[in-house]
Design a protein around this ligand. Structure first.
Ligand code: ADP
Ligand code: MG
Length: 336
């Protein structure tokens, strides 16, 4: 099969929202009046962002999902995308499943694939996404103010926990793994929440590299500090039950085994600095508290207040007893 047959078969669908889609030297589309373009690229590299044998359907989903998450974080409506893909070989079954997963999510969000590039090479997937946002309405990292509440959507840590299991850094039961694996393989971008937060959030981003590392970007851009309460960070039932089992001191005096302590530290690390959550972290003034809850409920997404913005710099995390937790407060950094 030729490169062009491959593109036609797997990556060409009707694109009514564009004047010109796949097939020419460039795509053409028109931005709606009063809007500006929000543009973002995210690359998934085999062996770095996913296992080479990852399920191709869900890989297609995730390739677009991580980009939609950036649109959500900006409060932008995702509209168009391009896909640059390097493939080691042409595997029809793999390509069919990959594009099915990609287009299923694209359709759900009314995003048109309008172009891209296809080449032979180590498996590598790069989407550039184009969204629209009314001028001056984008949610940015800069803008957090002292006194703002800090919020996150959904639950944190499940994706990192699933990865830790796959990397044999922790042993979950089959049921436990099944409960957290979807967070890793099937992230749900919070596009509707991002749109709902326009006009009330002072700052926002999506959590892709871990809560504390990403929150630090808001703090730096906004020139403020933060305090976060560990106990208020939302976690899944599964993660909570593991934390409970491993952090609750055993009744026997010599019972606090180092193994259980290590497990507790790993779980805490998943929540605070694990990656791949694709939830939104945002700040909003106290007087919008009820509105934040109301708007999030309207779009069917749970949001939780985890702390607040203070003067100064950096983030202090406290445990339930008020003790400051140190360490582990960096997100994932590819070059560290
Ligand atoms: P050119 O050589 O002019 O860059 P290409 O041969 O690379 O054009 O691509 C032909 C057409 O197919 C272009 O419209 C391009 O945007 C599109 N295309 C290539 N690869 C993909 C892909 N993986 N997904 C979607 N469109 C693609
Ligand atoms: Mg090309």
């Amino acid at each position: 099969m030729s490169e062009f047959d491959l593109i036609r078969r797997h990556f060409t669908r009707p694109t009514p929202s564009a004047m010109l889609g796949v097939g020419d030297d460039a795509a053409l589309f028109q931005v709606s009046d009063g809007n500006v373009l929000a543009v973002s690229s995210d690359m998934l590299v085999s062996g770095t962002h996913f296992f080479p044998d990852a399920d191709p359907y869900w890989l297609g989903h995730k390739t677009l999902a991580v980009n939609l998450s950036d649109m959500a974080a900006m409060g932008a409506v995702p509209r168009w995308a391009t896909l640059a893909i390097a493939l080691p070989s042409v595997d029809e079954a793999w390509l069919s499943a990959f594009s099915a997963g990609f287009f299923a999510l694209a359709q759900q969000h009314k995003v048109a694939l309008i172009g891209g590039d296809t080449t032979r090479g180590a498996l590598n997937l790069c989407v550039t996404i184009f969204g629209e946002v009314p001028q001056n309405k984008a949610l940015r990292r800069a803008g957090a103010q002292v006194g703002d509440e800090i919020w996150v959507s959904g639950c944190l840590g499940d994706a990192a926990l699933a990865l830790a299991h796959l990397q044999q850094r922790i042993a979950l039961t089959e049921a436990e793994f099944a409960a957290v694996a979807s967070a890793l393989h099937q992230p749900q971008p919070r596009v509707a929440l991002g749109l709902a937060l326009r006009g009330i959030a002072h700052s926002a981003l999506d959590i892709s590299d871990g809560l504390l590392g990403d929150l630090a970007h808001i703090l730096e851009a906004s020139q403020v500090g933060a305090t976060v309460e560990l106990a208020s960070i939302p976690v899944s039932e599964t993660l909570r039950s593991l934390t409970y089992n491993t952090l609750t001191p055993s009744p026997s005096p010599e019972g606090e085994g180092s193994d259980a302590g290590g497990r507790g530290a790993l779980l805490q690390q998943c929540v605070l600095s694990g990656g791949d959550d694709y939830e939104l972290c945002f700040t909003a003034p106290l007087y919008h508290h009820a509105d934040v809850v109301h708007r999030a409920r309207k779009v069917g997404v749970a949001v939780t207040r985890i702390g607040h913005i203070v003067a100064g710099q950096g983030c202090v995390v406290r445990d339930a007893a008020g003790k400051i937790i140190t360490g582990g407060n960096n997100g994932y950094d590819h070059f560290k």
